[in-house]
Design a protein around this ligand. Structure first.
Ligand SMILES: *Cc1c(COP(=O)(O)O)cnc(C)c1O
Length: 387
């Protein structure tokens, strides 16, 4: 029995495997401080849950249009206009089973064998695998700590070949926490425009920015940017709705139509009552989003200050998302070895940077309580000093 090649080239998610190791230790009664989380530690706001429950009670349990219910697509269109300054008609919007699904659909609709996709590293670990599943080839651009882990237009241009089909941008970024400025994005768009390269702009962390950093949507920059860009967003991070599996994308009409066709023959519509929850999230009270952001910010500042004080560890101030990427290469261990020993000896779980294409780093998530952050960093400091 032989599996398809596309299934055999995938690497199982390292973030999930660290997480399951940490959970197994917790189940044995070990007091593990976990910084592995890739999701908010908050519950979904009540009014969103109430809307989904009411729709279930009302029998909203059938198939919906494949790209999502019209009211939700309209609300997303309104959101793009109000928050991002982009004009997308509801017909240009596809609601999917999470932003991850939206990314995958977008890549499947645009990339094929022979194509290259440029991905700045450190990257979110699913991008290269999605590109490979589409039969295309990821091309990595190693970004520099001195440039806050951001790809410059020049670095992008040097990685381009006649086969380059797409570039993936993720601002605010996971795992780096980097936020690209308007000028940096404009310079990248200018390069992409020279060869008509698609831009996949994953903006899932747009609501989580700090220190006055401004989130800029790529598609809002110019008509050129608009025509090249597929904008990805979703509910998981801003509204603490990871388990709901609800995200969306927006694109120029022909791309949106192609993606709609792919989705209609693979998953069909995202969960009907989750869509009603999403509608309530967009239309309802936004204060829970800001409350969560403000709390993340306190934890971020504490964590960054502590990490910066540890000899051998360097960090770039993250301006978005809920991660701190620490460079631990001066301490002499590979990221996997470092993370394994830290977990085994000091019961602290972090994600080794090799998962994100950078073996010099480890990722801390601050989507966890302040008490755990304090205790975990005490242990982390002790571990670093023992090396
Ligand atoms: C969490 C995350 C997503 C996926 O979010 P879902 O909507 O839950 O699928 C997409 N991109 C990045 C960079 C993420 O960190």
């Amino acid at each position: 029995m032989e599996l398809a090649e596309r299934a055999t080239i995938l690497t199982p998610s390292l973030t999930l495997s660290i997480d399951s190791k940490a959970k197994a230790m917790k189940a044995e009664g070990i007091d593990v401080c976990s910084f592995g989380a890739g999701e908010p530690d908050y519950d979904t706001p009540e009014h969103i849950k109430a809307a989904a429950m009411a729709s279930l009670d009302g029998g909203f349990t059938k198939y919906t249009p494949s790209s999502g219910i019209p009211e939700l697509r309209q609300a997303i269109s309104d959101k793009f206009k109000a928050d991002n300054g982009i004009d997308y008609k509801p017909s240009q919007i596809i609601v999917s089973n999470g932003a991850k699904h939206s990314c995958y659909n977008a890549i499947l609709a645009t990339c094929q064998p022979g194509d290259e996709v440029i991905i700045p590293a450190p990257y979110w670990l699913s991008y290269p695998e999605m590109v490979r599943l589409a039969g295309a080839e990821p091309v990595f651009v190693q970004t520099r700590e001195e440039n806050n882990w951001k790809m410059t237009a020049e670095e992008f241009e040097s990685a381009m070949t006649p086969r380059t089909k797409m570039v993936i941008l993720n601002s605010p970024g996971n795992p780096t926490g980097s936020v690209y400025t308007r000028e940096e994005l404009e310079a990248i768009v200018e390069v992409a425009d020279t060869e008509d390269i698609f831009i996949l702009s994953d903006e899932i962390y747009e609501k989580l920015t700090y220190d006055g950093a401004e989130h800029v949507s790529v598609a809002s920059l110019s008509p050129t940017a608009y025509n090249l860009t597929i904008t990805i967003n979703g509910f998981s991070k801003a509204y603490a709705m990871t388990g709901w599996r609800l995200g969306y994308l927006a694109a120029p009409e022909p791309i949106a139509r192609a993606i709609d066709a792919i989705q209609s023959h693979s998953t069909s519509n995202p969960c009907s009552f989750a869509q009603k929850g999403g509608l309530a999230a967009l239309k309802g009270d936004q204060t829970p989003v800001e409350d969560m952001r403000a709390e993340f910010d306190l934890r971020r500042q504490y964590m960054v200050n502590r990490l910066k004080s540890i000899p051998g560890v360097t960090v770039v101030d993250p301006k978005g998302a809920f991660y701190v990427l620490a460079n631990i290469s001066k301490l002499g261990l590979s990221s996997t070895n470092f993370a394994d020993r830290l977990l085994a000896k000091h019961h602290v779980a972090v994600v080794p940077g090799i998962a994100f294409g950078d073996d010099r780093t480890i990722r801390f998530s601050y989507a966890t309580g302040m008490d755990i952050i304090k205790k975990g960093l005490d242990r982390f400091e002790e571990f670093c000093k023992s090396l």
